[in-house]
Write a protein that binds this ligand. Structure first.
Ligand code: ZN
Length: 253
C-alpha cells in the first residue's frame, strides 16, 4: 500500500535517501519489532524505531523507573519515578509518533513465556543486561528463524552484532560466547561497574541502524562481524565471527 501524504511528510528526511525511499518506508511500516528491555540500550532503540516509523513495536520490561536510570534512559522522565518502564516507554512513543502501534508488556521474558512473546514478530532487539535472558532470546530466535540484534554496554565500552538464522555466514550468540555457566553475580553490570549514557546511545543507535537495514534491506548489516566500541578512545574494532558447526543451539552440537 502506498504511503499517505502525512507519512510522506513525516518521513521526508529519510524518504529522500535512495537507499530507503518509499519502498523501504513501506517495509518499515509493515514490520513488527520486539524490543527486549526499555533501559539504557532500549531507550535509543525505542526512540529511533518509533521516529523512523517502524509499524509495530512490542516493548517488554518488568522494571520500574528509578532515579539512577536517568543518566542514560532518556525516554523516561524525572516525574515518572516508580512508574513501570513499559508505561513510561508507551507514553514516550505515543508522544513521538502516534501513527505506529505499540504493545507494552510488564513481564519478565522467561523460559515459560518467551516463545509466545516472540512469535509474530519479524525481528528481536536484545537490549537486556543479563546473560540468562540473552541466551534465552538467542535460542528462541533460532527456533523461530527470527533475526536478533545483540548489543551490550558497560562503563564506556560496548559491543554489537546481528544474528540472522539460516544465513550461512551468521553465527548465533552461543557460537561466539559459548560459556553458559557464568557467575551472574560476578559479571560486570551497570550497577557495580558504571555506565555512560553516551555509550548506550552509540550502541543503541547502531542497533537501531541494524534493525532499519535488515527490515528495509539496505546497507551491510553486522552479520558475521562483532563490532567493539572503546568509548574512552572513541574507536571501533571489528572482529570476524563465524558459525560453530558444533554449536548446541544453531549447529549440530
Ligand atoms: Zn550457534
Amino acid at each position: 500500500m502506498l504511503l499517505s501524504d502525512a507519512e510522506i511528510e513525516r518521513y521526508a528526511r529519510q524518504l529522500v535517501m535512495p537507499e530507503l525511499g518509499e519502498a523501504g518506508q513501506t517495509k518499515l511500516r509493515a514490520a513488527r519489532v520486539l524490543v527486549l528491555g526499555a533501559g539504557g540500550l532500549g531507550a535509543p532503540v525505542i526512540a529511533g524505531l518509533a521516529g523512523a516509523g517502524v509499524g509495530h513495536l512490542t516493548i517488554i520490561d518488568d522494571d520500574i523507573v528509578d532515579i539512577t536510570n536517568l543518566n542514560r534512559q532518556f525516554i523516561h522522565q524525572t516525574n515518572r519515578l516508580t512508574v513501570p518502564k513499559t508505561t513510561s516507554a508507551y507514553d514516550f512513543i505515543r508522544q513521538l509518533n502516534p501513527d505506529i502501534s505499540v504493545t507494552c508488556q510488564q513481564v519478565r521474558f522467561d523460559a515459560l513465556n518467551a516463545d509466545a512473546l516472540a512469535s509474530g514478530h519479524d525481528l528481536l532487539i536484545d537490549c537486556t543486561d543479563n546473560p540468562e535472558t540473552r541466551y534465552l532470546a538467542n535460542a528462541v530466535c533460532q527456533q523461530l528463524g527470527m533475526p536478533l540484534i545483540f548489543g551490550g554496554a558497560v562503563r564506556s565500552d560496548g559491543q554489537i552484532t546481528s544474528f540472522v538464522p539460516n544465513n550461512p555466514k551468521s553465527p548465533c550468540l552461543r557460537c561466539i560466547f559459548p560459556q553458559t555457566s557464568l557467575d551472574y553475580d560476578q559479571a560486570p553490570n551497570c550497577a557495580n561497574a558504571g555506565i555512560l549514557g553516551s555509550t548506550t546511545m552509540v550502541i543503541g543507535g547502531l542497533q537501531t541502524a541494524e534493525a532499519l537495514k535488515i527490515i528495509a534491506n539496505f546497507g551491510t548489516p553486522l552479520i558475521g562481524r562483532l563490532l567493539l566500541f572503546d568509548g574512552l578512545a572513541n574507536s571501533f574494532t571489528e572482529i570476524e565471527v563465524a558459525p560453530d558447526p558444533a554449536c548446541p543451539v544453531c549447529g549440530n552440537g
